[in-house]
Design a protein around this ligand. Structure first.
Ligand code: HAM
Length: 414
């Protein structure tokens, strides 16, 4: 039998309705902050991610689905949303819109990862990007909005961790000290870390190899080398979050896996599994890196698969939409009437099922029960002759008489 590729998932109807419920709730949160949806291509020129995410990241070095298309261009399936959104922001002149520009997305992402719990090769992210504010108030709004996603989904046991990884100004000094620390043992680090030593030593702190992790213990932390501006920014973020009664921990070991981050970074962690369910931060240099005017920005993305695991765990009784009405009909004239009525009701957003298999009366009754139809309408010869039928509430057994036309039926279904 044909099988799906490793690290991908089929989302079946018994689960997809739960995704829809969660997505709808999250959309409302994002819209309440006046974020607007953006959709960008599944694939971009590879350069977008090389320059955006960074040459020395795991994502770019190890995890991208990159191929040459038939025109010989190097193409990459998006491993994350931010780089493509910023590319689209610039290409479409969105900088001239009223600032800040606030965008959200819900898109599939592709990373060639070691498949394990919470780590897929095709996964989905719902993300938000706020482009054009350098204020700590933007950081706070973004974190509050992320927090509200967990609130609206009724998900407890989630820990917010934050850090500041500074700006290019303070990073120079820090990288020097870090290199001194790592340099002492550089021969014992993995080959990838060795290649990162000169180009981007901070990335070594993000290495997942056990021996590198051990060697990194006690490394100097960026947070201790922040310039005055970054320090003040971080203090304001923290004090305002406290004012808003948001619980958080400062975790100076958060470096994030993507190179574009500056200043505030944060992660929401599932306390049970230890997995990061949502991650984000500032990326004040990315718009300029892509050729735009210097434009500060901040955003986040949540991994929908990881989020859904928690949503389902803490909301076990999610209800699926069920048909409002089953129209049972037998015979050609009756079937035509069933078509006419069901079509009119469906336009009015009533969920209607009717026979499309030419089943017997009993088989149709069985089916109507199986799909949990709320109401039943039988159209037989008598109903056609009298133009009157009965709607039966399948739960209570109560029957109401109706005229055999869509408006009367609609009225009775309310
Ligand atoms: P990220 O931390 O790479 O950040 O990914 C965000 C979230 O996507 C993670 O916290 C995790 O929940 C989920 N995720 C990542 N990789 C996988 C995977 N292989 N399988 C399942 N879930 C995964 C970003 O992608 C940034 N673009 C977020 C951002 C937006 N920063 C600023 N704006």
């Amino acid at each position: 039998m044909l099988q799906k590729p490793k690290g991908t998932k089929d989302l079946l109807p018994q689960e997809s309705y739960k995704w829809q419920l969660a997505e709808e709730k999250i959309k409302k949160v994002l819209e309440s902050y006046n974020f607007k949806e953006i959709r960008v291509p599944v694939f971009e020129h590879t350069e977008v991610f090389q320059r955006g995410v960074g040459e020395t990241t795991d994502v770019v070095q190890k995890e991208m689905y990159t191929f040459d298309d038939k025109g010989g261009r190097s193409i990459t399936l998006r491993p994350e949303g931010t780089a493509g959104v910023v590319r689209a922001y610039l290409e479409n002149g969105m900088g001239s819109m009223s600032t800040p520009v606030k965008l959200w997305y819900n898109m599939g992402m592709y990373r060639y990862e070691n498949v394990q719990k919470g780590r897929l090769r095709e996964f989905h992210q719902i993300g938000a990007e706020l482009i054009g504010s350098e204020s700590y108030l933007a950081d706070v709004d973004i974190i509050l909005m992320a927090n509200n996603i967990f609130k609206t989904l009724n998900i407890p046991n989630i820990k917010l961790t934050i850090n500041s990884i500074g700006c290019p100004k303070c990073r120079g000094k820090y990288q020097k000290v870090l290199k001194e620390f790592i340099g002492k043992n550089i021969d014992s680090y993995c080959d990838t870390c060795k290649t990162r030593f000169e180009k981007n030593p901070m990335r070594i702190l993000d290495c997942k190899e056990k021996k590198c992790k051990e060697l990194n213990v006690g490394a100097p932390m960026m947070i201790d080398y922040l310039c005055d501006e970054c320090k003040e920014h971080f203090e304001k973020v923290k004090s305002t979050l406290k004012l808003c009664n948001i619980n958080f921990e400062v975790d100076s070991s958060i470096v994030r896996g993507l190179d574009y981050y500056t200043k505030t970074v944060f992660e929401f962690i599932d306390e049970k599994s230890g997995l990061t369910v949502l991650g984000g931060g500032r990326y004040d240099g990315l718009v300029e890196e892509f050729g735009g005017k210097p434009t500060p920005a901040i955003g986040f993305a949540t991994g929908v698969e990881r989020l859904m695991e928690m949503y389902e765990e803490y909301n076990p009784n999610l209800e699926e939409k069920i048909p409002d009405l089953y129209i049972l009909s037998l015979g050609e004239v009756q079937n035509k009437k069933a078509i006419e009525i069901s079509e009119a009701l469906r336009i009015s957003e009533v969920i209607v099922e009717k026979d499309i298999c030419e089943r017997s009366f009993n088989a149709q009754m069985k089916y109507a029960n199986k799909i949990n139809a709320k109401n039943l309408l039988v159209i037989g010869e008598t109903e056609i002759q009298t133009d009157i039928a009965k709607i039966k509430n399948m739960k209570t057994g109560e029957e109401k008489e109706v005229k055999l036309n869509p408006n009367s039926i609609l009225e009775k279904l309310k």
